[in-house]
Design a protein around this ligand. Structure first.
Ligand code: DLL
Length: 432
């Protein structure tokens, strides 16, 4: 099933033509209305009309989070404030946040795009969709709300937190689709187990998860514990929010909504495009946004394009699940490790929970990495020796799979609970 088959299965040559037209119109608008683009285009001698094909894109300047931050709050808006009907904001975990504006037209398109990814994820108007993303400045809640409404599904805006209530809603309202972060899905599963809820008696069919890094091991565990089919969804507030890219039922990469967003993958160090199929930083250009258009926005997310057509019939290019952020990569004693790799190892071990984090310290000039981990209740052994044996097993697996030594420590239940929003995985004390 497709929401907009005309665009989702468009002939590639036609799509390229559409992208070019939309790109030219975006460039013309930003050159006229956004001081940063006006200045940088002029400095580099770029006329929007010079961009004759999508491959000319690499001549255009990048837009970084730092540049957006400098223009806080409204410096990148391409329309007067009176045209803006909604404001969201990026989470600002890595500095001051960015304010993102939407016109009425932007909201309509956003709704259509989240309806697209919901449909790709298996959702229909027959479904009861429980959104456990925060409803607020974060784009997750409202972004999916508009899509579910466009689709005609029964939307439950449960928002985040209050987990026992979420479980009760899921039972009573006969929720068939769950939408939240993967870490919260695992937390919900664990809470249900603690409450003695029979998951088989629930109505869950599909789950759309995103907004943070996860792994195939996490998908397997979520599907097994919640008895649903889980798909990955990517989005970023500066570019729009959810609806940028999403998996179909093939679960083999995320289809990028290329009629609205031009995607490139570049070498994070040089900014040069990487050879097709190689991993690099995702760079996005918006093609239809009115209030907050962006040219070559550096997302900071690492992924690669996947080759070949998808059996689902969509011709939209797929990207692999995001493996981490450029600035998320940990360098422990010279070895590169992404938090998502640690999670993949942990979740492969029976008895671990999604409540974990890695603490980095420096001891006598050497890096020390300690994984702090909450363990499932039935695995918290009475005998100290058994507990040590379990933790030693986890330590050995991490060390051998990731090629760098880890310590492993058990934490008290609740200490690292991922009740709200995105999980925080790294505590780096090396610079303190
Ligand atoms: O997280 C938008 C969103 C909401 C996406 C709901 C999907 C579902 P931000 O708060 O601006 O926006 O965070 C964007 O989150 O740069 C990635 O690092 C990360 N991210 C988002 N989706 C995924 C995903 C929303 N599926 C940042 N896999 C991005 C891995 C993801 N990381």
């Amino acid at each position: 099933m497709m929401w907009e088959p005309k665009y989702e299965s468009m002939d590639p040559a036609q799509l390229a033509q559409l992208q070019l037209e939309r790109l030219q119109s975006t460039l013309t608008r930003v050159a006229r209305n956004v001081p940063y683009y006006h200045k940088t285009f002029a400095a580099q001698g770029i006329e929007p009309d010079d961009i004759r094909s999508v491959s000319d894109l690499s001549r255009l300047p990048f837009t970084t989070k730092a540049v957006l931050r400098d223009a806080y709050p409204y410096g990148f808006f391409a329309v007067p404030l009176r045209e803006v009907v909604r404001l969201h904001s990026s989470s600002g975990t890595t500095g001051k946040s960015t304010v993102v504006g939407y016109t009425a037209g932007d909201l309509k398109k956003w709704g259509a795009l989240t309806a697209r990814v919901l449909t790709a994820g298996g959702v229909t108007r027959e479904d009861v969709v429980q959104i456990a993303f925060n409803f607020g400045l974060f784009t997750g809640g409202f972004g999916f709300l508009q899509g579910a409404e466009a689709l005609g599904a029964a939307l439950v805006p449960a928002s985040s937190g209050n987990t026992r209530r979420q479980v009760a809603i899921m039972q009573d309202f006969k929720t068939s689709v769950l939408v939240c972060t993967p870490s919260y899905a695992l937390y919900l599963a664990q809470t249900m187990e603690d409450m003695g809820v029979n998951v088989n008696a629930l109505n869950l069919r599909h789950g759309l998860f995103g907004a943070e890094c996860w792994s195939e091991a996490a998908r397997a565990r979520i599907e097994d514990r919640l008895k649903l089919s889980a798909t990955d969804n990517y989005g970023i507030s500066e570019v729009m929010g959810p609806g940028v890219a999403g998996e179909c039922q093939q679960k083999n990469g995320l289809h990028i909504n290329e009629d609205h967003f031009l995607a490139e993958i570049v070498d994070p160090a040089t900014g040069e495009p990487v050879p097709d199929g190689e991993v690099g930083e995702l760079v996005l250009t918006t093609l239809t946004k009115e209030a907050f258009p962006l040219v070559r926005f550096r997302t900071g997310d690492l992924t690669r394009f996947l080759p070949g057509p998808c059996p689902c019939g969509r011709t939209l290019k797929r990207m692999e699940r995001v493996r981490g952020r450029v600035d998320d990569m940990l360098i422990v004693r010279g070895v590169n490790v992404f938090p998502s790799q640690i999670e993949a190892v942990l979740l492969d071990i029976e008895g671990t929970t999604p409540q974990w984090r890695v603490v980095l310290e420096r001891e006598r000039g050497l890096d020390k990495a300690t994984v702090e981990l909450e363990i499932e209740e039935k695995f918290v052994f009475d005998r100290m020796a058994d507990q040590q044996k379990f933790l030693e097993g986890v330590r050995r697996r991490l060390t051998s799979d990731l090629g760098v030594g880890f310590e492993v420590r058990m934490t008290e239940p609740g200490l690292l609970a991922a009740e709200e929003g995105k999980a925080s995985r790294v505590l780096d004390k090396r610079e303190e």
